[in-house]
Design a protein around this ligand. Structure first.
Ligand SMILES: *Cc1c(COP(=O)(O)O)cnc(C)c1O
Length: 407
């Protein structure tokens, strides 16, 4: 671990307040040129005594704007204190979790996985257009049938093609023969450039794509492609449950990764993380963003600096070993559930290193799904219902479900 350490509450508090002290102070300084201020003081108390012990809520009240990307070039100087913490949290994720080399990745805290995935696809679309003179209808997103629907959104917004590859019903693994025929058909229809999105745990199944299948197939076609990893769900889980995996920056084929801190990390919404190897985010530079100090490479525009602080506080509170233990406990609990389901002869899918268990719908009545808040793959005609073993999903909460499934 180069950047990730465990800190005490006191150390965390001191660090965050120091960062806020380095940001602009609208009360004490004469800052009159930006359409920004602290949160409304009539509504949000600025002087409550508990705030001294509440670094996150204090950051919300200070309301730093992290507009732009702070891993390259210059940034808005008004918020340099908290931007530095954002840089640290990105470096921690890129290097200590995703095996990148230090200071070799750019990134930012996005609104979520949807935006981070779209940002990646935007970069590669522009790369193919600028470097290869590609037309948008020659570019195509390629991902598995279990991929998140944000890829379909991105294809629509960015006006590139979209193709999903069938997966095997029982293993949720990409069907190699179907991948070959899909690519062949796409080539015949004029697609030449592919944006592969590989899943590091899918939303519905927790399944993990075998990137080598894409690589082996695409390398034989002569087509140019780029690989983005969607770790929106699994990015803070799978690197700990399966340390030897290929979905990280140690793999030269992987150039960008999405993580979501508002899923397994339990950070507030608005904490998607986008990471990309150096010298690529330049393809989404908006030259016209002239009122922003430095340049804007991001999709979003204004965004709360408090989000980066929340991620940093959570990760530093656990430290790397604490996080590893947390994931280990969730895995063991998932093992327990699977054992019980097997004994009860309930059919399910589970990736062995995941905390999602997806039940065949024939075992799940509408009443049972409602009682336990089980989520279907499709609300109109469900084939599957999933259970996600989060921190609050204790064995005590699972026992009544097992009993009802047995009955
Ligand atoms: C949740 C999820 C997303 C979308 O993330 P949001 O933060 O909801 O925008 C994308 N991909 C996967 C695999 C997800 O699980």
């Amino acid at each position: 671990m180069q950047f990730w350490e465990k800190l005490t509450n006191q150390q965390i508090k001191e660090r965050v307040f120091k960062a806020l002290g380095e940001n602009v102070n609208y009360y004490e300084e004469n800052i009159i040129g930006i359409p920004a201020s602290h949160l409304d003081s009539k509504v949000f108390y600025q002087n409550a005594s508990f705030l001294q012990d509440a670094p996150f809520i204090s950051t919300l009240i200070h309301n730093p704007n992290h507009i732009g990307c702070h891993t390259l070039g210059v940034s808005e100087s008004f918020f340099k204190g908290t931007q530095q913490i954002e840089r640290e949290v990105l470096e921690l994720c890129a290097v200590d979790i995703l095996k990148g080399e230090p200071y070799k990745q750019d990134g930012y805290v996005a609104s979520g996985g949807t935006e981070a995935n779209m940002q990646a696809i935007w970069v590669y679309r522009n790369y193919f257009m600028q470097e290869h003179g590609a037309a948008t209808n020659e570019i195509c997103i390629l991902c598995s049938a279990d991929s998140h629907y944000s890829m379909v959104k991105a294809a629509n917004v960015l006006q590139v093609g979209f193709a999903s590859v069938p997966v095997q019903e029982d293993t949720r693994q990409i069907d190699e023969a179907a991948l070959h025929s899909t690519i062949k058909a796409l080539k015949n229809s004029g697609k030449k450039y592919f944006i592969v999105v590989a899943n590091m745990m899918t939303t519905m199944f927790g399944s993990v794509d075998d990137l080598d299948i894409y690589v082996a197939t695409l390398d034989g076609t002569g087509c140019d492609y780029r690989v983005h990893v969607d770790g929106a769900y699994g990015g803070f889980f799978y690197p700990f449950s399966e340390e030897n995996n290929k979905l990280n920056f140690a793999n030269p084929k992987v150039t960008s990764i999405t993580l979501d801190a508002h899923k397994m990390v339990q950070a507030p919404y608005g904490t998607g993380i986008f990471l990309i190897r150096k010298n690529l985010i330049q393809y989404t530079k908006t030259e016209e963003a002239s009122y922003v100090e430095g340049e804007d490479y991001t999709l979003i525009g204004s965004r709360s600096g408090a989000n980066a602080i929340a991620i940093w506080m959570i990760l530093m509170t656990y430290g790397p070993y604490g996080w590893w233990e947390k994931i280990y406990i969730l895995l063991r609990r998932t093992d327990w559930l699977c054992q019980q389901l097997t004994e009860a002869r309930v059919a399910f899918y589970r990736h062995p290193k995941s905390n999602i268990v997806t039940l065949r719908s024939r075992h799940v009545s509408p009443a049972l799904a409602k009682e336990f808040g089980l989520v279907p793959d499709n609300h109109h005609a469900p084939n599957w219902f999933k259970i996600v073993i989060m921190e609050h999903v204790t064995i005590e909460k699972l026992i009544p479900l097992i009993e009802k499934l047995k009955a």
